[in-house]
Design a protein around this ligand. Structure first.
Ligand code: SF4
Length: 437
């Protein structure tokens, strides 16, 4: 059967779609890009917040409305895990499945008839996510992920992750991005202390041909000295860390049931910056949490100004059914939440642009991801890439005129600051393996 898979949501959902793709391929089904030519349409949905649920519903509804009589449509993943009825009620939906239901889906589809494989051209990708664990036992009062993914950490074994990494390295990826709900808890459930540092060492030893290992979703208070040493000591580990902090006011953090000792947070940032002076730190904030006062919001802004994150995202609180925070008094109006989100992002954008200024004239190695259509006066094409400071889709880009191909890692010199992104010039031949900076 020819299937067309639409993936919504976070990087962990991307890895779930890859697991489903592998299972379908092994069962003889073939993935295609054109939904009109598919026999089966699959939406791997997201249920994190209401906006994500709406997007899952709209995506499914538009596929349902456009599909032919003989085409089948199913919804899988996080949204249909927690709200199967509304998903099943969308016209055209034949069946819904929850998370990690690849075996059930294969069983339901039954054996595949032989399929002519349409010419789609080789897909080379430059980077891939490696989901190291799933589920979460943290008590954050605003989050429904434990209700979707399970309240226990389920770490993948080191062996299975090394197999996955070898497979992706053979595919030619240049970057492995380690993701989980909380990467710093990796292997705790397997009885291994400092499992994440150990995993990084094993990955560096097993796939030396993968120049970049990137860490996402660290939990404050669990960035151990061993992990900092491993990040600083292993050349392949990007000097980059994503550590969602959610707020900068201890009283709000207490109501979120999040680590609220800001001295610990500052100490963590100091340890990282001392061990890796060029480290890029990303974080995420939630503004407009129930009861958030003007003073508490100002505390957050002061924390952002003082901590000077390279990258930060901010979301407006949206109450999720079944979470403790949804029932808290002091729910704020949307216009206040959005105003605070804009204000925080304008402060952060100023800081990020200042930090980008410090890169003018400096050399960076970038991972080229695409070649844009335009050329400069000398007819050189524009290629687009990311430096070690940039995770895909959420951080900045580096634009550079010159000759390069996707997946190459040329050295460039920064010539312009575009606020969120950088402009650069090539300075030399490709460099592999690649160190940070
Ligand atoms: S650590 Fe992250 S995934 Fe886990 S409950 Fe908190 S916000 Fe949700």
């Amino acid at each position: 059967m020819k299937y067309h898979l639409v993936t919504l949501g976070c990087p962990k959902n991307v890895t779930d779609s890859e697991r489903l793709t592998r299972a379908l391929t092994q069962a003889g089904h073939v993935g295609i890009d054109d939904s009109d030519l598919a026999d089966l349409l699959i939406v791997n949905s997201c249920g994190f917040i209401d906006a994500a649920k709406d997007e899952s519903a709209q995506t499914t509804a538009s596929l349902g409305a456009a599909k032919r009589e003989d085409q089948r449509l199913i919804v899988v993943g996080c949204w249909s895990q927690i709200e199967p009825e509304p998903a099943a009620a969308i016209p055209g939906v034949e069946r819904t499945f929850g998370i990690e239901a690849w075996d059930d889906i294969i069983g339901w589809l039954g054996p595949s008839d032989p399929v002519d494989i349409p010419e789609t051209g080789a897909l080379t990708r430059t980077s891939a996510y490696l989901k190291i664990a799933d589920g979460c036992s943290r008590p954050c009062t605003f989050c429904n992920i434990p209700a979707i993914k399970g309240r226990e950490f389920r770490s993948a074994t080191v062996e299975s992750l090394l197999d996955e990494a070898r497979r992706l390295a053979d595919e030619g990826v240049k970057e492995l991005i380690l993701v989980a709900q909380d990467s710093t808890a990796y292997a705790e459930d397997l009885g291994q202390a400092d499992g994440l540092a150990y995993l990084l060492e094993q990955l560096a030893r097993e796939v030396p041909q993968v120049p970049w290992l990137r860490l996402m979703y660290a939990y404050p208070g669990f960035v151990s000295d061993r992990l900092v040493e491993a990040m600083a000591g292993i050349p392949q580990v990007c000097h980059y860390l994503d550590i969602p902090l959610q707020h900068g006011s201890p009283s709000v953090l207490k109501r979120m049931k999040r680590p609220h000792n800001l001295r610990m947070v500052h100490h963590t940032l100091d340890r990282l910056r001392t061990a890796m002076p060029d480290i890029a730190i990303r974080t995420t904030f939630l503004v407009g949490f129930p009861g958030e006062t003007k003073a508490e919001f100002e505390e957050l802004l002061d924390f952002v100004r003082e901590s000077r994150f390279d990258r930060a995202g901010a979301f407006a609180f949206s109450p999720q059914q079944g979470t403790p925070a949804a029932a808290l008094p002091g729910q704020l109006e949307d216009r206040i939440k959005q105003r605070r989100q804009r204000r925080l992002m304008s402060v952060q954008e100023g800081i990020a642009a200042e930090i980008n200024d410090a890169y003018l004239g400096r050399e960076l190695t970038i991972l080229v991801e695409s070649i844009a259509g335009q050329t400069d006066d000398e007819g050189r094409p524009l290629f687009v890439g990311r430096s070690y400071r940039d995770a895909p889709e959420i951080d900045g880009l580096v634009f550079c005129y010159g000759v390069a191909r996707p997946g190459s890692m040329p050295r460039v010199r920064v010539t312009g600051n575009l606020g969120h992104d950088l402009l650069a010039e090539p300075v030399g031949a490709e460099v592999i393996p690649v160190l940070n900076g």
